[in-house]
Design a protein around this ligand. Structure first.
Ligand SMILES: Cc1ncc(COP(=O)(O)O)c(C=O)c1O
Length: 367
């Protein structure tokens, strides 16, 4: 069978390859999802939805009550001026990222992505026949407005930012977000802001660039915040004209997000939030445990302010990740996230403290 060039050109995620080579008994620090269970009040809302027969299609953009709740959340927590009409509910943040890139970027155009950054950005850009342009990070592993400004050409159509970041755990400052939003406005370039880790911040605060500009597509999900990665429920927020364009694609590829997951997400957004605080506090103490362990070993490390990843500089990241795999610790080589990550490995602390302590013991000789 012959496949489309754009499909042949994109790669299977380097992260998947790491798991395939894992030995039995390995400690898995490669995972990109919370190791907690979905809180029970959220599960109960889903069970109620099934029992009440909410099993049909929902409106394409999502159930009205959920869109209302998300708009209120975005206004309250993120200071984004929006209404339910500016929200589209999607199957995870992944679908929202796909929709935004397909809706906005033409073949031959350029998309600025952090190097390193979450794999999907560059690969989805390639999938539409456009070119991902790498923006190197500064010494704090952040993407700066200056580095973005230097790479803008007539072909630049989109800038993608992700704060807190996967894989680095860095959190953009308010000044940086404001300046990047200004660039997007001045140059009339869309700014895609992936905010799935917004609630896992240990220092600093989360700033949504849509506070400063209408040219922003905000992508988020309940996946990480409420330990709901398997429920596949995300959303995007943008001006209503943009939602109309995204809807044309969403209705053909997805029709609507899962009705059951939407009921669960409504409870997640409107229900008690102490589960989120508990997860955040637990992630922070695990981060501190690992940072202390690595400092003791003399590993070169920028202390991450958010998400649940550490991104130490270890020399040859590919080599170190494969040595660690042989010693029974799965990590992801930084090169999986772009050339700029080559000297790093990504370590996820979405794992129990006992496992983290065991991993530190196994890593000592190699690091
Ligand atoms: C930065 C980032 N964005 C988006 C996603 C995908 O989120 P979802 O599971 O909601 O599709 C991930 C998942 O790892 C991620 O790390």
């Amino acid at each position: 069978m012959r496949f489309a060039c754009c499909t042949e050109e994109i790669e299977i995620s380097g992260i998947r390859k790491c798991f395939e080579s894992a030995m039995p008994g390995s400690v898995n620090l490669g995972l990109g999802q919370p190791d907690f269970d979905t809180p029970s009040h959220i599960k109960r809302a889903a069970i109620r939805a099934i029992e009440m027969g909410q099993c049909g299609y929902t409106p394409n953009c999502g159930v009205p009550a959920l869109r209302e709740a998300l708009a209120e959340k975005l206004m309250r927590e993120n200071q984004i001026d929006c209404t339910a009409d500016d929200i589209m509910v999607t199957s995870g943040a992944s679908e929202a990222l796909f929709l935004a890139i397909v809706a906005l970027v033409d073949r031959g155009e350029e998309v600025l992505v952090g190097d390193p950054s979450f794999l999907s950005y560059a690969e989805l850009t390639r999938l539409v026949g456009a070119r991902p342009v790498s923006v190197p990070l500064d010494e704090d592993l952040r993407i700066t407005p200056e580095a973005i400004g230097e790479r803008i050409t007539k072909k630049t159509r989109m800038i993608i930012i992700n704060s807190p970041s996967n894989p680095t755990g860095s959190v953009q400052t308010e000044e940086q977000m404001r300046a990047i939003a200004e660039i997007a406005d001045d140059e009339d370039i869309a700014l895609l802001s992936d905010e799935v880790y917004e609630h896992f911040i240990y220092r600093g605060e989360h700033i949504s660039p849509a506070r400063f500009s209408d040219n922003v597509i905000t992508v988020n999900a309940v996946s990480k915040t409420y330990a709901m990665t398997g429920w596949r429920l995300g959303y995007l927020a943008a001006r209503n004209e943009a939602i109309e364009q995204h809807l044309k694609i969403h209705q053909y590829v997805q029709a609507c997000a899962s009705s059951i997951s939407q009921a669960a997400a409504l409870e997640a957004i409107c229900g008690p939030q102490d589960c989120v605080r508990q997860m955040r506090d637990e992630f922070m103490s695990r981060r501190d445990l690992l940072v202390a362990g690595f400092r003791e070993m003399g590993v070169d490390l920028t202390e991450p302010d958010g998400a649940f990843y550490l991104f130490p500089r270890v020399g040859d990241g590919d080599l170190v990740a494969s040595k660690l795999a042989r010693a029974g610790v799965i990590t992801v080589p930084g090169s999986a996230f772009g050339e700029g990550g080559r000297e790093h490995i990504r370590i996820s602390y979405a794992a129990s403290r006992a496992n983290l302590e065991e991993a530190l013991r196994r890593m000592k000789d190699i690091l």
